[in-house]
Each structure stands twice: as C-alpha cells, then as structure tokens.
Design a protein around this ligand. Structure first.
Ligand SMILES: [Zn+2]
Length: 303
C-alpha cells in the first residue's frame, strides 16, 4: 500500500517560528500581518488536504513542494499525479468579497492583491522546465482553488482555471470518476519530486529577535497564552483553564526554545530562565530524565 498522501504537509519553520514569536513578543504590525497570513494560508491548505485524502481514484498526492528550476524557487501547494499527468493546485484561503477586473484581482472595495492565476502560471512554467530537465515531457494542468466557503468572487472569468468554493466537491468528484492506474513512471516522478523538495529554505521575513526581549514563562499547550501558573505539579492556564503536567510543559518549552535558538546549548539555567514559573529542580529533573546529558559538572548541557 502506498502512503496517502505520498508526501505530507507540515507547517513550515517560518510559520512555527512566527507563532512562537507571536506568543513571546509584541510583533510589529507588518510582522503580525505576515504571521496571520501564513497561518491562514496553512489552514486553507490543510483543509484541501482533508478533501484530497478521500479521493478513491488511483493517484499520487504530494502536498507542499518547494522546488527550484532555472535558479528560481517555486511552491506547489498541492500536486496530484493522475494517469501520468501532474495536476497542480494553488490554494487560496481568502474570505470576504473580491472582484475580477482586467486580469486583476481586487479585495472589495479596491485593494489589489496578487493574482493567484499569475502565480500558478509561473509555477506551471517552472515545473515544466524542471520536468524537461528530468527528461519528462508531460502535459500539466493547473488550477487555483478558493477553499473558503465565505469567499465570493464577482465578475469571475469563466475561461480561467479557477475553482470556487461551491465547485470544489464537483471538481473532486470528477477526478474521482477518472479511471486511473499508478504506473512505475508515475511513482518514479513522485519520488523525484519528493526528493527535490527544499526542506530548509531561507526565510527572510522572520524579524530579528533576542532572548532578552522575549516574554518568559510557559506558553499554554492549548491556547498558546503565556499567562500560566504552576499549581503543585501542574501548569494551569489563566486564559483557558487548560492543564498540563509540569514535566511535559517543560519538554515542550525546551523544543520551542530550540526552534528559536538552534545555536544555543540547552542548560538547566537557560531553561529555568526561559520557563520562569517552575523551580530549577523541576527543570533539572525533567532535562535529566528526557534528554541526553553531555559534559560534566558546570559544563553540562542537554540534547
Ligand atoms: Zn490556555
């Protein structure tokens, strides 16, 4: 049995970092905006994944590919290889009212936004070039999917590959009714694309940050609020009332620290500074029991 999807989607390091920063500092308006956009986009993509996972036709689904062709990187939100043909999807989680005019897309009343049709056609031509370099000459079909049921598009052009929220089910049913087979060649292509996925790109939109400026404490596991307190051995959220055993909360906080400060060593002192609301002894015990201890005496750190 082949895995469904053939390639999974995980939140980008950029989104995870922005989420952690949003918990622990007051982001500048543009950074907050960027974070919320990333989050919303990701939620839309996950929503589409849930639909494609249910496809019964024999196909290979690759979620979230970051590829390079011609020294240019491009992102494919979702790719389905069906009967030897790659279908690529640009997923947009826009809500509210938009209109289309002279090949441009506007959010009402008059904010022009990037036209996703231009994005997908750029991706399509870069993918074509990449496939040619790999020795394939395949037709590619590309679509823009508007996934959010609160989205309305006035003056939607009928001759463009746009799938509106009310059309998604029918669109997937159509795919589903295709008689299909997965060939060796399809599998080879899927493996190649998966192996070419860029896993650690440079993110230039993450604002600079320092340990000292970030709020310290343990963020709630459930609502991410940093307003938590220790009651006996439990971390309790003052915002949502969520509870978590202190050791689990410390382990989680260490992971968060490691995402934000990959170059810094994990020590009892620094994690105690980071978590604040637990005792040094609790931190030390948790680190000793759950991480690999390296070094001796005062040079001990954990991995
Ligand atoms: Zn909470």
């Amino acid at each position: 049995m082949l895995p469904v999807p053939f390639k999974e989607r995980t939140p980008s390091k950029e989104l995870i970092t922005m989420e952690l920063l949003n918990q622990r500092k007051q982001l500048a308006t543009k950074d907050k905006h960027h974070y919320l956009n990333l989050k919303k986009g990701y939620e839309g993509e996950v929503k589409f994944d849930k639909l494609t996972e249910k496809l019964q036709c024999k196909c290979l689904i690759l979620n979230d590919l970051l590829l390079e062709a011609n020294n240019t990187t491009f992102q494919l939100d979702s790719t389905i290889i069906l009967n030897g043909k790659p279908f690529i999807y640009e997923i947009k989680n826009f809500d509210e009212d938009y209109y289309y005019n002279s090949d441009k897309l506007y959010k009402k009343p008059n904010l022009e936004v990037l036209n996703p049709l231009h994005q997908i056609s750029r991706s399509e031509s870069l993918l074509r070039r990449l496939l040619n370099n790999l020795g394939y000459n395949l037709p590619i079909e590309s679509f823009v999917i508007f996934i959010n049921s609160n989205f309305t598009l006035y003056q939607a052009p009928m001759d463009k590959p746009i799938i509106l929220p009310t059309q998604i089910n029918r669109f997937l049913n159509n795919l589903n009714s295709t008689t299909s087979q997965i060939t060796e060649r399809d599998l080879k292509l899927a493996h190649q694309l998966k192996s070419l996925h860029i896993t650690d790109p440079k993110y230039d939109k993450i604002p600079p940050y320092h340990f000292d400026e970030l709020y310290k404490g343990i963020a709630c596991k459930y609502c991410q609020s940093i307003s938590t307190e220790l009651i006996r051995r439990t971390i309790v959220c003052q915002n949502c009332g969520g509870k978590e055993l202190y050791s689990n909360a410390i382990i989680r906080s260490v992971r968060e620290f490691q995402v934000l400060f990959p170059d810094r060593k994990v020590t009892t002192n620094i994690i105690h500074d980071w978590c604040q609301i637990v005792s040094k002894k609790m931190v030390r015990t948790t680190l000793v029991n759950n991480f690999k201890m390296i070094g001796e005496n005062k040079w001990i750190y954990f991995e």
